[in-house]
Design a protein around this ligand. Sequence first.
Ligand code: IMP
Ligand code: MG
Length: 179
Amino acid sequence: MKSDMKISVLYDEDSIARRNAELADAIVAAKPHELLVVAVLKGSFMFAADLIRALHRAGLEPQVEFVHLSSYREATVSSGQVEILKDIDSDVRGRDILLVDDILESGRTLAFAKDLLMARGARRVLTAVLLEKPGKRAVQVGADFVGFECPDLFVIGYGMDVAHSYRQLPFVGFVEQGA
Ligand code: IMP
Ligand code: MG
């Protein structure tokens, strides 16, 4: 089934790499203090890995943590509930956090994670998302750093999945309708 699906490229490897370098420069300009990157698993793992290396090249020395949140299950529509499947280990008090996620859609995931880290005493929670889908917000939350404004398609690749497949693709793509 999955090998029959036709996948089109939306953002290729070079565009993503160039954008990550620009995002890193913008993050440096925000002068983060004792920076801790918190990557939201699973979808952001590839973006986070590239962004963290771009931050290093731009002169920052962030520490890195992961939080595994789930709101999607295997459906392609959000359930509205966010739960913590794996929490971070570090104390965030007094630190600047860069929360990294793959897509900002309803905003529930990002709002949940941001509120959680602020409630634990973070000094500032900056947010970076690879993709933002406009007009889909259910919760009022914005991202400080956005890779690309994404059309309203179900996207896959570069860490993002549909039913656990396609995370390995080095580009962001979408499945062609009717394929
Ligand atoms: P939100 O909580 O509705 O903002 O949704 C954010 C999460 O939904 C992201 O972290 C993704 O894991 C998932 N998601 C939303 N849209 C897509 C998509 O087009 N492809 C894959 N995952 C998506
Ligand atoms: Mg996700």
